[in-house]
Each structure stands twice: as structure tokens, then as C-alpha cells.
Design a protein around this ligand. Structure first.
Ligand code: HEC
Length: 208
């Protein structure tokens, strides 16, 4: 066998062995220096606990180890812990998501209770918010005589008839979803601000 034949054979063997490193189906391919592929800080969405695939970082006496990108402080070396089952995310101020459907305004009026205290401060803030967002139609004193309200027509006065009796929960619901030609104001005023406004509207309902 001459020299060039040996070279050919070596080339073929080298080619085959490199080929076998190739990723295929579930096999990600042979990883040379895996810390170049995988993040060293814990990453929520990539976790490696498979001894064959990750890098063994330490050997602890209890037989457990820390594999590459897995958090030994969590059960099962999870990087991202899941929220407790059946928990619901609350807003910054601690409010639960509003789940009463749009067509259930009466129901909202019966079950919802304004969580805010009736302090002078809350009323003052409610008044400012009302003046900003509602008075254009409803008027400074809730008589339905705001400048836009005059053009709009049919904006009810708060202190007359059915509207006078609306509970604060139903006012909250109206701000959230709107009613008839009044559109929803949910994108403009937060849940807390809606309760402040409802409290102030309640004052306007009771004026003579
Ligand atoms: C663009 C004008 C407009 C703005 C702004 C507006 N409303 Fe109204 N609002 C109306 C109209 C029109 C109605 C009557 C809707 C109907 O019954 O068809 C109404 C009705 C209401 C009612 C009575 C609901 C009922 O059950 O009859 C309440 C309470 C109310 N608005 C509160 C508010 C509050 C609080 C704001 C500010 C966050 C606000 N509105 C902003 C036009 C407006």
C-alpha cells in the first residue's frame, strides 16, 4: 500500500468520524465546549439536567450534582418555577382581574362593593378624575350638560330617576364597559381610579 492510498483512507475515516458528529433528529450533535452553546447564568427556558448532555459542575456528597444550566436550589433542578396551581395574577395595587361580563351591569351593582374609604382625599381625587374624563359629556355637576354632552344629546343627569339609584358597583361597571352610546373608559382610568370616580359620582347622584 503506497503513501497516497493511506492518505485517502485516513481522509475517508476522518470524514466519516466528523459526519457522525452531525445533529440528527433528537440528537443535537456532539458539543465541543458546551459552555459556548449554553448560557452560564440560569435561563428560564433552557434547563439541562441530563448527565450525558450537560456539564457536571460539582460532585456533592449526597450524590446530587449541579448540571450545566440547572438550578440546584429548586426541586428537580428547575430554573423557572411555576406559579402555585389556581393562583391568579393581581394588578400592582392588588386588584383581581375584572371578570363580570359586559351584559351583567345589574349584577355588578348588586355584588361589587367600593373597596375605597370615603375620605375627603378620595373624593377630591375622584372629582379631579371625573372632571378630566367625564365632565365633557356629563357636565361639572353631572347634569348631562357638558359641552360634548350637549351635542351628544341624551346624556342623563345623575340625580334623576333610575340613574340616581345606581349603586357604585354598577357605575364602576359602566365606566369599564360603557353603555349605549357611552364608550368604555377602561383604557383611560385604572381600576382604582374607576372606584374613586364612582365614589364621586355617588355624591353627584345625591345632590338636589
Ligand atoms: C362621550 C360622552 C361621555 C363620556 C366622556 C362619559 N359618558 Fe357616561 N354616558 C354618556 C351617555 C351618552 C350615556 C347614556 C348611555 C345610554 O344609556 O345609552 C352615559 C351614561 C352614563 C351613566 C348611566 C349608566 C346607566 O346605567 O344608565 C353613568 C353612571 C355614566 N355615564 C358615568 C360616566 C363616567 C363615570 C364617565 C367618566 C369616566 C363617563 N360616564 C364618561 C356619555 C358619556
Amino acid at each position: 500500500m503506497n503513501k497516497s492510498n493511506i492518505h485517502h483512507i485516513l481522509l475517508i475515516v476522518l470524514g466519516i468520524s466528523l459526519w457522525s458528529c452531525k445533529a440528527k433528529n433528537d440528537f443535537p450533535g456532539l458539543e465541543y465546549a458546551p459552555n459556548m452553546y449554553h448560557s452560564v447564568p440560569y435561563e428560564g427556558l433552557s434547563q439541562i439536567t441530563d448527565e450525558d448532555k450537560g456539564m457536571w459542575l460539582s460532585n456533592r456528597e449526597d450524590g446530587l450534582g449541579e448540571y450545566f444550566n440547572s438550578n440546584p436550589n429548586n426541586p428537580y433542578f428547575m430554573n423557572m418555577r411555576e406559579p402555585v396551581a389556581n393562583t391568579v395574577k393581581r394588578s400592582e395595587n392588588g386588584y383581581l382581574p375584572y371578570r363580570i361580563p359586559k351584559d351583567s351591569a345589574d349584577y355588578a351593582g348588586r355584588v361589587l362593593v367600593n373597596p375605597l374609604d370615603s375620605t375627603a382625599e378620595i373624593l377630591a381625587e375622584g372629582k379631579v378624575l371625573f372632571t378630566t374624563y367625564c365632565s365633557t359629556c356629563h357636565g361639572e355637576n353631572g347634569q348631562g350638560d357638558g359641552l360634548v354632552g350637549k351635542v351628544f344629546m341624551g346624556v342623563p343627569a345623575y340625580n334623576v330617576g333610575r340613574v340616581k339609584e345606581l349603586p357604585e358597583g354598577q357605575i364602576f361597571h359602566t365606566i369599564t364597559f360603557g353603555r349605549g352610546r357611552m364608550v368604555s373608559h377602561a383604557s383611560q382610568v385604572s381600576v382604582e381610579e374607576r372606584w374613586k370616580i364612582a365614589r364621586y359620582v355617588h355624591v353627584l347622584q345625591n345632590q338636589n
